[in-house]
Design a protein around this ligand. Structure first.
Ligand SMILES: *Cc1c(COP(=O)(O)O)cnc(C)c1O
Length: 397
C-alpha cells in the first residue's frame, strides 16, 4: 500500500486545489471514530461538517442502502418511486411543511428556494425585479445563486456579477432588515443558526419581528437549516423552537447522513403559487437511493432517540466548553445551541486544530478565530470528556 505522503502528492497533482486540506488520508469510520490509512484513530467532532449525525458504520443504515442498491438506484423524475414518496411523507411529518423538492446538495436547495420565492412574487404582480434580503456573514453555498445570498464578499469577489437584487442586512438587527425592505422585497432569508459565519443563533426577538414583518407584507421567510437542522440544535429543525414557521426552508447535510441529498420545503400557500410543471428539475434529486437514505435516517432518529441524546449531551458540552472559557483568558466566549457550538478565541485557531489532529481529535473552524463543534449526534458525555482532555492539552501546548 502507498503511504499517506504518496497519496497526498497524487491528490495535489490531480485534484483542483480548492481546499487546503489537513495532511491526512481517512480510510474508515466506526461510531464517532475515524481511522486514517495508517490505522491511526481520531475522535471526530466534525462529522463531515455536520453530516454524519448517526455516527459511522451504522449497521441498519448500511443495510438499508445496500438493499436499495440491489433493488433500484435511479430512475429519473419522469416516474414515481416508493422511497421518494415515503421520504416526502416523513419529511412533511417532521417539519410540518407541506411540499418538498429533493435536491442533491445544500446549494441546490438554496437555488430552488430562491427560484420559488421569485416565482411567487412574479405570479403576484408580473414584474421581474424583486429583491431578496439576506444577512451579512451568512453562508448558503457555492453555486451562483447561493453565492449571491452569501454574506461574505471574499467568496463573491472574483465571480461578479452575482444574480441581481440582493440586499444584505445584519443578522439579529431588525432595524437593518427594515431599512432594506422595499416594495420589491419578495423574501428575507437567513440561517436559523449561522454556521460558517461564526455560530450565531437567531435571537428570539429577531425571529419574531422578521416573521411578523413577512406576514404583514406577504414577504416569504426562507430559513436555511442545512447545517443547523436535522436534530442538531435539539429539535428536528432549529426554527421549531421559536414557535414560528418559515414559508420555505432548506435542508441537506445530515438529511442523508453521507449520501448526497438536500431538499427545499414550503407551505401549501407557496407550493400552490410558485414553481409548477416545467419550472424546475433535477436528474438525480430524490432518486431511490438518496430517498432510501433519508428514510433510514429518519427511522434511526426515532428508534435511537437522537434528539433526546442531543438535548442530554449538549448541556454537558456547553458546561465543559464554558470551563475552558473560564480557564483561558484568550478564549473569549462560547456560542451556540445544542450540538452546534463555537469557541471564540482572540487569535487564529488554526494551530490548535492542527495540534488536535496530531493528537487524534478532528475539529474544524468557523472563520479564523472560532473552533466549531458539530459532532455526530450520537456522542456521549464520555466522548465529550475525551474531546475536552485532548483539546485542553492542545491549547496548553
Ligand atoms: C453547507 C451549507 C450550505 C451548502 O451546502 P452544500 O451541500 O455544500 O452545497 C448551505 N447553507 C448552509 C447553512 C450550509 O451550512
Amino acid at each position: 500500500m502507498q503511504d499517506m505522503k504518496q497519496y497526498i502528492d497524487e491528490a495535489e497533482a490531480t485534484l483542483l486545489h480548492t481546499y487546503n486540506r489537513y495532511q491526512v488520508v481517512l480510510d474508515k469510520g466506526d461510531g464517532v471514530y475515524l481511522y486514517d490509512i495508517e490505522g491511526k484513530k481520531y475522535l471526530d467532532f466534525c462529522a463531515g461538517i455536520a453530516v454524519f449525525a448517526l455516527g459511522y458504520n451504522n449497521q441498519k443504515y448500511n443495510d438499508a442502502l445496500k438493499a436499495q442498491i440491489d433493488k433500484l438506484i435511479h430512475t429519473s423524475n419522469y416516474y414515481y418511486n416508493v422511497p421518494a414518496i415515503e421520504a416526502a411523507k416523513k419529511m412533511k411529518e417532521v417539519s410540518g411543511m407541506d411540499r418538498i423538492f429533493f435536491t442533491n446538495s445544500g446549494a441546490e436547495a438554496v437555488e430552488g428556494a430562491i427560484k420559488a420565492a421569485r416565482k411567487y412574487a412574479y405570479l403576484k404582480d408580473g414584474s421581474t425585479d424583486h429583491e431578496i434580503i439576506a444577512m451579512e456573514h451568512s453562508f448558503h453555498g457555492r453555486t451562483m445563486g447561493a453565492l449571491s445570498v452569501t454574506g461574505n464578499p471574499k467568496y463573491r469577489e472574483a465571480f461578479q456579477p452575482m444574480i441581481g437584487n440582493i440586499r444584505f442586512a445584519q443578522m439579529n438587527d431588525f432595524d437593518s432588515v427594515l431599512a432594506n425592505v422595499t416594495d420589491k422585497t419578495c423574501a428575507i432569508m437567513f440561517e436559523t443558526v449561522q454556521g460558517e459565519g461564526g455560530i450565531y443563533p437567531a435571537t428570539e426577538e429577531f425571529m419574531q419581528k422578521v416573521k411578523a414583518l413577512c406576514e404583514e407584507k406577504d414577504i416569504l421567510l426562507i430559513l436555511d437549516e442545512i447545517q443547523c437542522g436535522m436534530g442538531r440544535t435539539g429539535s428536528m429543525f432549529a426554527w421549531q423552537k421559536y414557535g414560528i414557521k418559515p414559508d420555505i426552508m432548506t435542508t441537506a447535510k445530515a438529511l442523508g447522513c453521507g449520501v448526497p441529498v438536500g431538499a427545499f420545503l414550503m407551505t401549501e400557500k407557496v407550493g400552490q403559487n410558485s414553481l409548477t410543471s416545467g419550472d424546475h428539475g433535477t436528474t438525480y434529486g430524490g432518486n431511490p437511493l438518496a430517498a432510501a437514505a433519508i428514510n433510514v435516517v429518519l427511522e434511526l432518529f426515532e428508534e435511537n432517540h437522537i434528539i433526546d441524546n442531543v438535548n442530554s449531551v449538549a448541556d454537558y458540552l456547553e458546561q465543559k466548553l464554558d470551563e475552558l472559557v473560564a480557564k483561558y483568558e484568550f478564549i473569549k466566549t462560547r456560542r451556540g445551541v445544542g450540538l452546534m457550538q463555537g469557541l471564540v478565541f482572540d487569535k487564529p485557531v488554526g494551530p490548535v486544530i492542527s495540534k488536535a489532529l496530531e493528537k487524534g481529535l478532528i475539529l474544524i473552524n468557523a472563520g479564523t478565530d472560532i473552533i466549531r463543534f458539530v459532532p455526530p449526534l450520537v456522542i456521549t458525555k464520555e466522548n465529550v470528556d475525551e474531546m475536552i482532555a485532548i483539546l485542553d492539552s492542545c491549547i496548553q501546548d
